[in-house]
Ligand binder design. Structure first.
Ligand SMILES: Cc1cc2nc3c(=O)[nH]c(=O)nc-3n(C[C@H](O)[C@H](O)[C@H](O)COP(=O)(O)O)c2cc1C
Length: 403
């Protein structure tokens, strides 16, 4: 799990909407990341999910009353808010938004929020007429103008049976928002980074393509960690099954040529380029304009090389990071690639073991230095280690950018 959540004190405020059923999952994910989570609820929220569920997950008391005093490290109606690194209200009912906007503090959630100087995230969820009502919109505007982060709601099926705007953001998106807000003043603040991820697809005919086993997991993890450290993050992604990470600008491409164009454009104002995508080295020279018919005779495809994206980027000061996925003579091939492409850092892995997996064992290679061997780690932890190395390069003013 990402480092950004570790030991952070997060208060989750639950108010009385049907989407409250999703919040135990958010709490579980925050806990998995190493956060200390306290849950506060309105009385209405307890009609939807029992406090016992949150108590069992967090192993901590759940506050429902404004006068509730609990046993434990500290007691008091304002302590939780004062100690928090961040507060999330999810779901945020129309009623709760009105109270938050106007400083009303007559339940445990709004009282804690008013006593909380830390950043606040709200996840509105309600019927679409309630959401569109000018009173709700004005309250959201007021909260936004005070720096509150509003996540969602989205268009979709609502508890009323209608389809419309008002569906609460999913726990995954809320987790992304929590990570971004916690890290917004991090070490990569004011840095612009471009990460590429996933495979490319090179058309053979209108229904077939050449591609590879890349899942995109490593590149997406790198983009998320950059965002967690405060960077303005752009993710140029080939086709994957992964959703766009919260707070990351995703540019979707298919072919190596499209990826090359997007990277050229995005790196014009970037500090770091991390080329993690498994870009095709060859593409069919003349893709057929109609579907190729099945026949007895064998089919020969003529392939031509694709553009070398990393070598084509020339920008002084840009830190260039490449990936090498090799299957034999790993270090020898990687060292050659590091030099040929003029990279500041090269991440080497064994393609057979890493592609599509949730873990990776990589070597970090820098010009003129012995390789650093990392143990096998989950890809998000590998991403943290890679950004540790890139940060050192940025601090040292490295970045030849010369391909
Ligand atoms: C079944 C049911 C579902 C509800 N769902 C929502 C909802 O999704 N969003 C909302 O703003 N209010 C919803 N309400 C209305 C709130 O529960 C009501 O306004 C309540 O006073 C909110 O209290 P609270 O903001 O203190 O939690 C729902 C009510 C019922 C009975």
């Amino acid at each position: 799990m990402p480092r950004i959540l570790r030991d952070k004190r997060i208060v989750v405020g639950v108010t009385g909407g049907i989407a409250a059923y999703k919040v135990p999952e958010l709490v579980r994910r925050l806990l998995q990341g190493g956060a200390v989570v306290d849950v506060v609820m309105t009385p209405a929220a307890t009609d939807f999910v029992g406090p016992l569920t949150f108590q069992a997950l967090t192993r901590r008391p759940v506050q429902v009353s404004t006068v509730g005093v609990w046993q434990g490290e500290q007691a008091g109606h304002v302590t939780l808010g004062a100690l928090a690194d961040l507060m999330v209200v999810a779901p945020a009912t129309a009623d709760a938004l009105a109270k938050l906007a106007h400083g009303i503090a007559d339940d445990a959630v709004t009282l804690t929020a008013l006593a909380c100087p830390a950043p606040l995230i709200v996840a509105p969820a309600m019927d679409h007429h309630m959401y569109r009502h000018p009173a709700t919109q004005a309250n959201l505007e007021l909260l936004r103008s005070r720096g509150v982060t509003i996540v969602g709601p989205h268009h979709g099926s609502l508890a009323s049976g209608m389809i419309g705007e008002g569906r609460m953001a999913e726990p995954d998106e809320l987790l992304g928002a929590v990570r971004q807000v916690l890290g917004r003043d991090g070490p990569l603040r004011r840095r612009r980074v471009v990460v590429t991820a996933g495979p490319t697809r090179e058309p053979i005919d209108p229904v077939r393509f050449l591609s590879n086993y890349s899942s995109g997991k490593m590149g997406y993890a790198l983009a998320e960690v950059a965002r967690d450290r405060g960077a303005t993050t752009m993710l140029v992604s080939g086709p994957t099954c992964l959703s766009a990470p919260y707070g990351v600008q995703r540019i979707e491409v298919e072919t190596a040529a499209e990826m090359a164009r997007a990277v050229q454009e995005m790196t014009a104002s970037a500090d770091v380029l991390v080329m993690c995508a498994a870009v095709a080295d060859f593409r069919p020279r003349s893709p057929a304009s109609e579907k190729i018919k099945k026949r007895e005779a064998s089919l020969v495809l003529e392939l031509e090389p694709t553009e070398d994206i990393l070598a084509s980027i020339h920008r002084p000061g840009l830190v260039k990071v490449g990936f090498a996925a090799e299957t034999e003579r790993l270090l020898e091939h990687a060292r050659e690639k590091l030099e040929r492409k003029g990279l500041d850092l090269l991440v080497l892995n064994d393609a057979r073991r890493t592609m599509g997996a949730d873990t990776a064992q990589v070597f970090l290679l820098r010009p003129g230095k012995p390789p650093e061997v990392l143990p096998e780690l989950p890809k998000d932890e590998v991403a943290e280690r890679i950004w540790d190395a890139i940060q050192l390069l940025l601090e040292a003013g490295t970045g030849t950018g010369i391909g």
